[in-house]
Design a binder for this molecule. Structure first.
Ligand SMILES: C[S@@+](CC[C@H](N)C(=O)[O-])C[C@H]1O[C@@H](n2cnc3c(N)ncnc32)[C@H](O)[C@@H]1O
Length: 519
């Protein structure tokens, strides 16, 4: 594919006679009809020529980065576009954004493909993008002072009721080479340098080493850093594929990247933790219950499902997913989905490996008018589509209280098996995930009282007894590309607010018809 917007059409001066020029031989500009933003942030305007001039094929526009002598046209155009974006941003987050924005999204996709082309790799599908060039480019941009907002609340996972736990039978098995054939990534101790520190390895020179091109914008640098991090989560053998890209878009104001982005450690599909949690988090392979299936169609015959509590009305074990990997929404509160794990023999294509697969949907982190940054997908999503997992730093629940207040908005409790009093989960066994300094795109998912995503607990690279499942996000409805992705921070609990200090409650600006008014 060719990025048409970057082709430079011949101007009338270059290709055509003077017919259509005014008496001074100057060409008349009728106006600007479109704009395009290049990968490095450079704008181009599609200029329509006046004077009745047109090419033989009827076209009469040219892409130009400036219009000498008609800067007024550029200013007026920029002002109107800014206003239009503001108006668009006022649209209720629960309502799909209008077509004008889809055009933008489509162009964003085109730009991503154009980038791939320039890096000499033609992507074969929208979700397959090249890593070429990241290595030279990702050495990071200028370190700017970061202003972190002080917020009070934290999103909580659904407060499930806690069913009686059955004791799991574990069938130790020897290691085989399967682990190596699956994803390279596993959860790791947190990278200390990513905690805000001006002198750490994430400091960003103004110009990328080895490149003579102009300095990169902060947006570009952060985006590249994050996408390079997703590259680590590449599946070998059957699927030579990294997750789809994450892009940063601001159509509202001049904030280039979300606060703290430059020092943020992007973790696409794994947790990190402090060394003191290592004995808890590092699980010996011998403790995994693994299956010998090739493709796991029948959970009742799948050894790794022995500890699973996901059953039908007759007590038969059932799968959380359809054969084509869509979430089926019959996982009751308190039940964790057990996906095939690194010791199972099944293929990567197994229908019981879903939340753990590299994300095949592109994500845009975009600025909203009143709710900070948010997330949306660049493709239409079908019901049950699983988008990814909440990642970040695993901490003991007891340590949440001592976090800085601005972390609390980004703390998700792993409380799926707990009831209001913690149930049969011991105090020492309660954990939370802090995605303030470490995490992935899901930390930008805002709250809606009428959300379009559901959250469920899933286990695959640890064992259920450790109580550190991942929280996975699945589309509750058909979600058109460009629609903000939202969850209900309070799950189904309406009583939860009574336990909260009311001074912590924030006004909800989700704009849905059944908005509770707070979150
Ligand atoms: C996990 S963060 C979501 C990402 C956040 N918007 C950002 O810019 O980083 C949660 C915070 O986002 C804001 N937020 C999310 N949903 C909101 C809503 N419906 N109304 C108002 N603010 C919201 C609140 O400040 C909340 O504490």
């Amino acid at each position: 594919m060719t990025d048409k917007s970057l082709e430079r059409a011949a101007t009338p001066e270059e290709s055509w006679s003077d017919e259509g020029a005014n008496e001074d031989g100057e060409w008349l500009v009728e106006g600007i009809v479109a704009e395009e933003v290049d990968l490095d942030g450079t704008k181009r305007y599609e200029v329509q020529w006046g004077g009745g001039w047109s090419r033989p094929d009827g076209t009469n526009t040219t892409w130009m980065s400036s219009i000498p002598g008609r800067e007024d046209l550029v200013q007026t155009w920029d002002r109107k576009q800014k206003q239009m974006r503001k108006d668009l941003a006022k649209v209720d987050s629960a309502i799909p954004l209008p077509d004008t924005l889809s055009v933008h999204l489509w162009r964003t996709e085109l730009r991503a493909h154009a980038f791939d082309e320039r890096m000499s790799k033609v992507p074969t599908s929208p979700s397959e993008r090249s890593a070429a060039g990241w290595d030279e480019e990702v050495e990071l941009a200028q370190q700017l002072p970061l202003k972190m907002e002080n917020r009070a609340l934290r999103p909580r996972s659904r407060p499930y009721s806690s069913p009686a736990r059955q004791s799991s039978s574990h069938k130790p098995r020897s290691k085989d080479d399967l682990a190596a054939s699956h994803h390279e990534s596993s959860s790791t101790p947190c990278r200390e340098s990513s905690v805000h520190s001006p002198s750490n390895s994430s400091s960003i020179p103004a110009v990328s080493p080895g490149l003579t091109s102009s300095p990169k914008s902060r947006r570009q640098v952060v985006q590249e850093m994050w996408n390079k991090a997703t590259e680590k989560y590449r599946w070998k053998k059957a699927i030579e594929k990294a997750p789809a890209p994450v892009l940063i878009v601001n159509e509202i104001d001049d904030e280039e990247v979300p606060p703290g982005s430059e020092t943020f450690e992007y973790l696409e599909n794994n947790y990190c933790w402090e060394p003191d949690l290592d004995p808890h988090m590092s699980v010996d392979d011998a403790l995994f219950t693994a299956c010998d299936c090739t493709i796991c169609h029948d959970p009742s015959k799948c050894d790794c499902q022995v500890p699973s509590e996901l059953k039908d009305d007759h007590g038969q074990k059932i799968s959380a997913y359809s054969d084509d990997g869509l979430f089926l929404f019959h996982v009751p509160g308190g039940v964790e989905v057990l996906e095939c794990n690194k010791c199972c023999r099944c293929e990567i294509a197994c229908s019981n490996r879903v939340a753990q697969k590299p994300r095949d949907v592109g994500i845009e982190i975009f600025k909203t008018l009143q709710r900070g940054w948010a997330a949306r997908a660049t493709h239409d999503l079908e019901v049950g589509k699983v988008l990814g997992i909440y990642t970040g730093k695993v901490i003991r629940r007891g340590d949440v209280a001592s976090l800085d207040a601005n972390h609390l908005d980004y703390v998700f409790d792993l409380d799926g098996k707990e009831d209001d009093d913690g149930g049969d989960v011991s105090v020492d066994g309660r954990f939370s995930v802090d995605s303030y300094n470490h995490g992935n795109w899901t930390r930008f998912i805002n709250h809606s009282c009428d959300p379009n995503l559901v959250v469920y607990s899933v286990v695959y690279d640890t064992i259920p007894e450790l109580n550190v499942p991942y929280l996975a996000f699945a589309a509750k409805d058909v979600i058109p590309a460009g629609t903000e992705l939202t969850i209900d921070y309070l799950g189904s609990s309406s009583g939860d607010v009574e336990k909260r200090n009311m001074s912590q409650v924030q006004a909800c600006l989700c704009g849905s018809q059944n908005c509770r008014g707070w979150l």
